[in-house]
Ligand binder design. Structure first.
Ligand SMILES: CCCCCCCCCCC/C=C/C(=O)SCCNC(=O)CCNC(=O)[C@H](O)C(C)(C)COP(=O)(O)OP(=O)(O)OC[C@H]1O[C@@H](n2cnc3c(N)ncnc32)[C@H](O)[C@@H]1OP(=O)(O)O
Ligand SMILES: Cc1cc2nc3c(=O)[nH]c(=O)nc-3n(C[C@H](O)[C@H](O)[C@H](O)COP(=O)(O)OP(=O)(O)OC[C@H]3O[C@@H](n4cnc5c(N)ncnc54)[C@H](O)[C@@H]3O)c2cc1C
Length: 664
């Protein structure tokens, strides 16, 4: 018999002003896509082979083993089911089987295979790609070292070409040169793409990718000269064996250097790539994907917090009246609704980012590498902004669930632990924002010289003027808001450029001037990324998949996202009087009014994300809202409750208590 729905959640759903299915269809690309998404998720969630005890109740070793077993089954089943499309795989494997928790094959699919595909020559692909695609070998992406992650040019692992034998000799010359962090390296991978400093005839040519076997294909033991292992427990990522790796005079053949873009000829002649940054292509790809990871993780956390906030009743708003749902407190709405709006904003930004990525890659493949700087700047900015907002949002959602948010039963700690490193991996966020800023400074200087700018920065050529004093403006109007964001970004870019110039004029060299201006440079890059996100969100509101009710509710969310950003960063908008104190006051009033209008639609808006219970993995965020009975059930399953009296009682507590009693 189907469980009865919690009456509060039932009422919420009945009271919504729109049909969530319309938005679900927009988010996933149409009804057919939604149907296949649901079928694949449900196939994975209901497959007895993928059932196991809650990961939170397991030791790290058990978690690794469980995720490894499932990873192998996924590969087999994916083949049987004929799943090849990336979105289908995302639904079946990433969400359905793994509930977005990392596993021991994660780096094989996210970085090892894409690097082989993107950096290998046709001959190299013929040699390794099939083996890798068929999981005859398993690999990772070994770049970061104990001493250097950010500064790629500072990597210490060397790959020295020996023309006599036509081999590269791999070495880890120092402790800090030990590869440290690569996912799935410690225990799982038998191959890796190794980023190492290329040396030929004593000359350094910078980091290059090499295909390296690290473990025996017979007994999985590390090959001679290779030291490899797991780096130990972490904040999260427990199912992943992030590892360390050292080389002592390990020789690999010349054609193990991935040579699509740069080459080493048998005699040691180095052939330069069209751009040295093409070797960093896999990172750009994953950064583009991380915008999706961030939006999805934030969407899950707000789904849990908003549903629970409708089930949870607390305090007396009016004496003698029933306790209200905590979502009726406007402060609770103010915690959650801006992040609900941000989740939508980033889902749409992630779709655009992926589109831009593939469009740019098509151009790069046909030899046009001019698009690379814009792609690098956009993906760096959006990856950083989205993962920062995701982190702040998930933590806010946890606190908004009160004490129960702190329990693993809520599902929120796992989401946080698993996805918070997105602010660090694939390029630390501040560092990447500074990359975006570098591009903005270059573009700004080009615009000063009257050069034509790329689309995403074209606005830098024509800054919106500050309107005349005393004017009135409707700050609820999305056109007005977009112009305000554009003006703010252009102004902050302009000011950062001025600051750089002033620092230079005061006698600093370029690196010192850059460092001195870096807080403002990051601010400018953030403002540029936020402008992109607001404009992109507004651009989705006219999608024909939406009927007028769905369009109206998404418009409110978009307004809320933009207005909340204005109020949160009011100084930026006020500094040059582009917005006035009255505008900011109005913005705050509009936010309150929007939240009141969004309140009846909040549950339908999170339902539209379409996460089934098995994927949310949260007692608090259950679709049926039956939170309390399942909290007790979940706690009873805790390993500490397997017996009424725990064995530690006999070992420690009993003698302690007895001794104390005997003293009385
Ligand atoms: C729902 C979907 C789920 C998806 C889930 C994804 C899960 C992923 C799991 C991820 C696991 C994690 C993996 C990793 O972390 S791998 C290691 C990643 N490491 C990094 O990202 C290192 C960061 N550092 C760098 O990228 C660079 O060193 C840095 C950009 C910081 C500096 O580069 P470098 O010192 O070499 O260069 P310069 O500063 O001198 O710059 C030279 C010019 O080149 C431009 N540049 C730099 N990088 C790129 C690039 N990638 N593409 C294009 N252009 C680039 C740079 O801006 C300079 O330009 P200008 O000279 O024109 O100013
Ligand atoms: C869960 C997880 C998985 C990972 N998986 C992999 C993997 O599969 N393969 C792999 O190769 N690596 C992996 N990494 C490593 C990851 O890519 C690096 O940790 C990341 O790139 C950051 O580099 P770092 O650790 O050197 O940070 P650091 O650069 O040491 O950062 C420390 C601080 O210094 C600041 N800083 C550094 N440089 C600058 C600068 N130029 N300007 C201003 N501030 C600066 C940063 O902003 C930060 O605040 C993983 C990391 C984690 C946490």
């Amino acid at each position: 018999m189907a469980a009865k729905m919690n009456p509060d959640l039932k009422k919420e759903r009945e009271g919504a002003s729109f049909d969530p299915e319309k938005i679900t269809n927009l988010l996933y690309g149409g009804p057919d896509r939604v149907t296949s998404k649901r079928e694949l998720e449900s196939l994975a969630l209901n497959d007895p082979d993928f059932q196991h005890e809650d990961l939170n109740f397991m030791s790290r070793e058990q978690q690794y083993e469980t995720q490894l077993k499932k990873s192998i089954l996924v590969v087999q089943k994916q083949k049987e089911l004929g799943i090849v499309d990336q979105m289908d795989l995302h639904s079946y494997s990433y969400n359905g089987v793994f509930q977005s928790m990392s596993g021991p094959f994660g780096l094989h699919t996210s970085m090892f295979l894409p690097t082989l595909r993107g950096q290998g020559t046709d001959e190299q692909k013929a040699k390794w790609l099939k083996m890798a695609e068929e999981y005859a070998i398993i690999g990772t992406y070994a770049q970061t070292e104990m001493g250097h992650g950010t500064f790629l040019r500072g990597l210490e692992t060397t790959s020295t070409y020996d023309p006599q034998t036509q081999e590269f000799i791999l070495n880890t010359p120092t402790l800090t040169g030990t590869k440290w962090w690569p996912g799935c390296l410690g225990k799982t991978s038998n191959y890796c793409v190794l980023m190492a400093q290329l040396y030929i005839h004593g000359k350094s040519y910078g980091p290059h990718p090499f295909m390296v076997q690290i473990r025996s294909l017979q007994d999985h033991k590390p090959l001679p000269g290779v030291t490899v292992g797991d780096i130990g427990p972490k904040f999260g990522y427990q199912g992943n064996d992030n590892g360390f790796l050292r080389f002592d005079n390990v020789r690999i053949p010349r054609d193990n250097m991935l040579m699509k873009y740069s080459r080493v000829e048998p005699d040691g002649t180095y052939v330069k790539p069209p751009s040295s940054k093409l070797a960093y292509g896999t990172m750009v790809r994953v950064r583009s994907m991380i915008v999706g990871e961030a939006s999805e993780s934030l969407s899950k956390a707000v789904t849990i917090a908003i549903r629970y906030s409708c089930v949870r009743r607390q305090s007396e708003m009016k004496p003698g009246h029933p306790e209200p749902q905590v979502l009726d407190y406007v402060t609770q709405q103010y915690k959650l609704f801006p992040f609900l709006a941000a989740a939508y904003a980033f889902v749409f930004a992630s779709r655009t980012m992926i589109f831009v990525y593939f469009q740019s890659m098509a151009k790069i493949s046909s030899g046009d590498i001019t698009v690379l700087p814009e792609l690098h700047a956009l993906s760096s900015g959006l990856k950083s902004l989205s993962s920062w907002v995701m982190n702040a949002g998930i933590e806010e959602c946890r606190m908004a669930c009160g004490g129960h948010g702190y329990s693993h039963a809520s599902g929120i700690p796992s989401i946080y632990m698993e996805h918070t490193p997105a602010a660090t991996y694939e390029g630390e966020n501040t560092v990447l924002m500074l990359q975006t800023a570098r591009y903005l400074m270059k573009s700004y200087n080009q615009s000063m010289q009257g050069e034509k700018l790329a689309d995403s920065v074209a606005y830098l050529s024509g800054v919106q003027p500050v309107p005349a004093a005393g004017r009135t403006r409707n700050v609820l109007d999305l056109g007005v808001l977009i112009e305000a964001y554009q003006h703010r970004a252009a102004r902050l870019v302009h000011e950062a450029a001025l600051q750089l110039r002033n620092e230079r004029q005061a006698g600093k060299d370029q690196p010192d001037a850059w460092n001195a201006a870096s807080v403002d440079l990051v601010k400018a890059a953030k403002a540029h990324s936020q402008y992109f996100v607001v404009k992109n969100f507004a651009g989705r509101l006219t999608d024909p998949a939406l009927d007028s009710a769905a369009q109206a509710v998404l418009t409110r969310l978009c307004q809320l996202y933009a207005l909340h950003g204005v109020v949160d960063n009011s100084g930026d908008f006020l500094e040059d009087d582009y917005l006035t104190g009255t505008d900011i006051r109005q913005a705050r009033r509009h936010i309150n009014a929007l939240m009141a209008k969004l309140r009846p639609d909040a549950v339908a808006l999170v339902d539209a994300f379409d996460f089934p219970d098995g994927i949310l993995n949260s007692v608090l965020g259950r679709y049926d809202g039956n939170v309390y009975e399942h909290l007790l059930e979940w706690a009873k399953a805790s390993p500490l409750n397997k017996t009424d009296v725990h064995e530690s009682y006999h070992k420690y507590l009993k003698p302690f208590l007895e001794a104390n009693r005997a003293k009385l």
